[in-house]
Write a protein that binds this ligand. Structure first.
Ligand code: NAP
Length: 242
């Protein structure tokens, strides 16, 4: 049984990715942190494509939780292969650096960087022995350009970009590709409260993007068609460049 694991699959970009990968015929492991209702909705949407889904609740930043759910499942289901890992779970807590207390700094790094490590390490080890894998990391324009008010989030996403490029070089021989997508402004809960009208004039395509538009690129990078693409960061930002 071939599986795709999508962290933060309950809402937004993660949900759209779950649907696309289900359309490609993958069974989906939908990770979420707290919103079980939304995760169940994602599962219902993915199952419309005739695949099975598994809801897996863990906080990516919490290694013990990852071990007791994901690692435990992998050990008790050795016949099931996770071929695709989409590290999508993420969140932001913005403040100007001057006002950025340590918990704001640390919590954003914990989810976005430690989360990447905690989930990728066990999944990737199995991919190595299977000699096939697709890892796609959802980063951000902030990690490329840097955004005022987001030193924590920009630092975290930039770190994952570095990790993407390094890991891609380590594992190419095992037919594992590692890429990243860097969305700009995408309409999800994360951008609720950010006025599209206010930013439209800065974006050449004059609008925010949709989760589905990001998911299409993630799906391509997750497919066998992207077999010669690795270590790349693909921007999806309507032309809003640095
Ligand atoms: P969203 O709508 O806020 O959804 C966030 C998802 O991540 C939810 O499924 C949430 O689970 C999950 N999540 C958050 N913290 C988690 C944790 N500690 N452990 C496990 N799951 C966790 O966000 P989004 O806009 O879809 O963002 C998805 C990714 O794209 C993030 O990495 C974000 O940084 C990146 N991104 C987004 C934008 C944008 O404009 N939207 C731009 C650039 C980059 P629950 O439902 O359980 O809370």
């Amino acid at each position: 049984m071939k599986y795709a694991l999508v962290t933060g699959g309950s809402r937004g970009i993660g949900r759209a990715v779950c649907e696309k990968l289900a359309e490609m015929g993958y069974n989906i492991i939908i990770n979420y942190n707290s919103n079980e209702t939304a995760a169940k909705e994602t599962a219902a949407l993915a199952e419309q494509h005739g695949v099975s889904t598994l809801l897996m609740k863990f906080d990516v930043a919490n290694k013990e939780e990852v071990n007791s759910t994901l690692v435990e499942w992998m050990e008790s289901n050795p016949e099931n292969k996770i071929e695709i890992l989409v590290n999508n779970a993420g969140f932001r807590k913005d403040a100007l650096f001057m006002w950025m207390e340590e918990d704001l700094w640390q919590s954003v790094l914990d989810v976005n960087i430690a989360g990447f490590y905690n989930v990728t390490k066990p999944v990737f080890s199995k991919m190595l022995s299977n000699r096939y894998g697709r890892i796609v990391n959802v980063v951000s324009l902030s990690g490329i350009k840097g955004m005022p008010g987001q030193t924590n989030y920009s630092a975290a996403k930039a770190a994952v970009i570095g990790a993407t490029k390094a890991l891609a070089q380590e594992v190419g021989r095992a037919k594992i590709t590692v890429n990243a997508v860097a969305p700009g402004f995408i309409k999800t809960d994360m951008t609720e409260g950010i006025e599209e009208k206010q930013y439209r004039s800065l974006i050449p395509l004059r609008r925010f993007g949709t989760a589905e538009e990001v998911a299409d690129v993630v799906a391509f990078l997750s497919s066998e068609k992207a077999s010669y693409v690795t270590g790349e960061v693909i921007s999806i930002n309507g032309g809003l460049h640095t």
